[in-house]
Design a protein around this ligand. Sequence first.
Ligand code: ADP
Ligand code: ZN
Length: 608
Amino acid sequence: MPPADPALDVLRSTFGFPAFRGAQRDIIDHVTQGGDALVLMPTGGGKSLCYQIPALLRPGTAVVVSPLIALMQDQVAALTQVGIRAAFLNSTLDAQAARETERAFSRGQLDLLYIAPERLATARCLDLLAGAPIALFAIDEAHCVSQWGHDFRPDYLQLSVLHERFPDVPRIALTATADPQTRAEIITRLGLHTARVFVSSFDRPNIRYTIIDKADARAQLLSFIKAEHDGEAGIVYCLSRKRVEETAEWLAEHGVAALPYHAGMDTAERSANQTRFQREDGIVVVATIAFGMGIDKPDVRFVAHLDLPKSIEGYYQETGRAGRDGLPADAWMTYGLGDVVQQRRMIDSSEADESYKRVSSAKLDSLLGLCETAGCRRVLLLDYFGEASAPCGNCDTCLTPPQTWDASAAAQKALSAIYRTEQRFGAMHVIDVLRGKDSERVRRWDHQNLGVFGIGADLPEADWRNVFRQLVAMGLARVDHASYGALRLTEAARPVLRGEVKVEMRRAVERKRVKASRKRAAAVPVAETLPDQARLARLKAWRLEEARRQDVPAYVILHDATLAEIARRCPTGPDELADITGIGKVKLERYGQVLVALANGEVPATST
Ligand code: ADP
Ligand code: ZN
């Protein structure tokens, strides 16, 4: 008989997963044996199991601190679905319900108890916790202790009290924020000096990164959604509220189930939109960055950026919301000169001090480097987080290596034109001059008489836009916001103008064709897919109905990947379901019969 392996047993029988992922096994063993841990794992890496399984293996209740009230409810629902005794304490509960949960805890009837941080640090709550055995403390989103991070929560600073009050209870802090400063801050502020640190790779191999040149952003977005993700869930990020609303409306007019989300909306409407996104299939939310934290929907198939984020950290965090379930997902962005101008303006005109502006500006430069690179985007992203890697084969630049060209002559023409027009105009006008356009503005300033007038007629306007964007991204020209976005030369422009250094630029690439052929290549023979799809559609319709009835998100019932596997295998009896990923004992008991019936074309009248 093989030696007993309680952690693996729980993974298989309760959660229905065949094997641990990455460092999960080591982390679970360490915490189960009573050790403290700091876990750094990317979004979708599988952090939850790292405390949920020790919670079941150790005596007492595991107390989970989570800043996201909206999420607690869904997590508790998901745990309840697999037969785990879980509950939460936060401000959404009325006094009566809170008392019942407290009583259940005191009687040892809970495996996991989720508590909001502001509540946990109160004397009343600490006394409650002292009254019953505690298996462990899990501190989720631990980067919230960082005062310099974007998610700082003052209440998190109180959490050091846990160790003082309960020195023998192991603690596990978890975060998806990778940078070393945040890590050090978590260790200091939570007193985790002796904790073992588990750092996972931050790669998200199932996410495909694509950054395209901006033309008509909305139209580009629509054709991306229609071609790649029709009917699937996604998030579209825009910078302003106005753009969020316009884009959501426009997508809806064009047949995409899109809803807006931003901080200026009516609270009820905003939370209704978030709920629909979490619970229904295939909703696209168009949002400002206010939307995201607290979204743990596993089947978000794409994250699109219509505007440039502020930093690589921001970009990585936002795109990380795609594909938590490990299935293929897209991180797609459209980017142009206007984005660079806008972000620079936001930095220049901010009230912050000079050192903050310098940091912001350096962060923006790193992000521009990512946008302009001719190399693998993933290599660059991971490198930014201190991880070495090889070209990935799953980003736009790997799939269609961009051609670079010797743009020295074009750069010289462009820089001269900026100089000859006295560094007083934006890219649009300078391009008109280069192309020899007879515009009202050209005549008003007499620019048709300049030596640079018409010297760039050989390149189309779109190519010139590309050149100007790259000049700014490379720091050869900058945008002066004090004078209405006029382009100015930088020191770095001199050697280029003198012909002392060469300038390599990337050509704009047409990506549509590549994407289409990728779909074809991945397609399975038609004869095999048709009945599968009909089965899958039946299963999804049932899931939606069931989720509504139980008032939980659809993915809490069963994940997409699980439904797809059932459709593919078409089981003839419940036994055949048992080894499908995502079906543990309790779900098999609950849904086994119905799933088999649905897979075989019978539509059950009602399910239980
Ligand atoms: P994180 O909190 O790190 O973002 P989650 O804990 O939400 O990630 O896990 C992400 C997804 O991966 C979830 O849908 C979860 O059910 C799934 N998952 C986690 N561990 C495993 C595993 N060992 N095998 C299969 N699926 C897993
Ligand atoms: Zn790549």
